[in-house]
Design a protein around this ligand. Structure first.
Ligand code: CP
Length: 309
């Protein structure tokens, strides 16, 4: 049994399979063809933080695979009344075939997985957001028209990360180390990535830039996220000041390759981490990126429950 708690939980070979499988599953969806490998299977979704994309993509995706979904939040379950996470894991995993959790610390999802009888998927923690990077990489490969050889499409590429050294940045770095591309990291002082938290083997797959424009130079993809992630709202005003120069605008995009893409995991704040001219402009692929959450997660759920098809 495999869990998907961070990006490094799967191998490069497994990612090559998932990207090709997601492409196959997306084609079926677009052609209105049924694909029901998970009939009679159930996904439990546990949300301790708000969500739009993660909830809709997992819920719609599971129904489209022929299965069904149970939705739990801290407020409407015993999880919010201090039932131990180990007991919750033992009980929930006796009744369903898969569990997706969005929570705070990575330690919580690790503890749940330790006591779960079924695969557990990370739907976002403070440290990682692997399903989002899975979708982002698939979107890049798709945009470059290279789903037949997905890993070759990623090798040697440059991804510019502009903004917070958060769960998205950590996961991009894990992906770069595993799949052979480079991340140009630019974060304000005090918001750097912690290599130990990101779980990296070395610093060879990323370069740090004090100036975000320099980070964008020659990039194949420029990407960012909100200045204040969920759980850090108390720091909002302080972050607005610290991040003022880390807004992706046309000048930054002009430093990247002429065919560079722009991605944002959403929700976005136009005028803060990105200007409207970029996120609503021709290089932005954010709507495909959001839709692809569903297609890659369908491939992931099928793989975790049934293995390779
Ligand atoms: N990108 C993302 O995870 O979106 P939600 O917070 O809406 O799920």
């Amino acid at each position: 049994m495999k869990h998907y708690l961070q990006f490094t939980d799967l191998s490069a070979d497994e990612y090559a399979y998932l990207f090709q499988r997601a492409d196959f599953i997306k084609d079926k969806f677009k052609a209105y063809e049924k694909h029901h490998p998970l009939i009679d299977r159930t996904l439990a979704m546990i949300f301790e933080k708000a969500s739009t994309r993660t909830r809709v993509s997992f819920e719609a995706g599971m129904y489209q695979l022929g299965g069904s979904v149970v939705h739990l939040t801290t407020g409407d379950s015993q999880l919010g009344r201090a039932e131990p996470i180990e007991d919750s894991a033992r009980v929930i995993s006796r009744m369903v075939d898969l569990v997706m959790i969005r929570t705070f610390g990575q330690d919580k999802i690790e503890r749940f997985a330790q006591y779960s009888r079924v695969p557990v998927i990370n739907g976002l923690t403070n440290e990682f957001h692997p399903c989002q990077i899975l979708a982002d990489l698939f979107t890049f490969i798709e945009q470059r028209g290279n789903t037949a050889d997905p890993l070759a499409c990623l090798k040697g590429r440059v991804v510019a990360w502009v903004g917070d050294g958060n769960n998205m940045a950590n996961t991009w770095l894990q992906a770069a180390e595993l799949l052979g591309f480079t991340v140009h990291l630019s974060t304000p002082s005090g918001y750097e990535v912690d290599q130990a938290v990101a779980g990296l083997r070395s610093n060879e797959s990323y370069k740090v830039f004090a100036d975000p424009k320099q980070a964008c130079k020659g990039a194949d993809l420029v990407t960012t996220d909100v200045w204040t992630s969920m759980g850090f709202e108390a720091e909002n005003e302080q972050r607005k000041q610290a991040f003022a120069d880390w807004c992706v605008d046309a000048e930054m995009m002009a430093q990247a390759k002429p065919d560079a893409l722009f991605m944002h995991c959403l929700p976005a704040h136009r005028g803060e981490e990105v200007e409207a001219e970029v996120i609503d402009g021709p290089q932005s692929v954010v709507w495909d990126e959001a839709e692809n959450r569903m297609h890659v997660q369908k491939a992931l759920m099928e793989y975790l429950v049934l293995g390779r098809q």
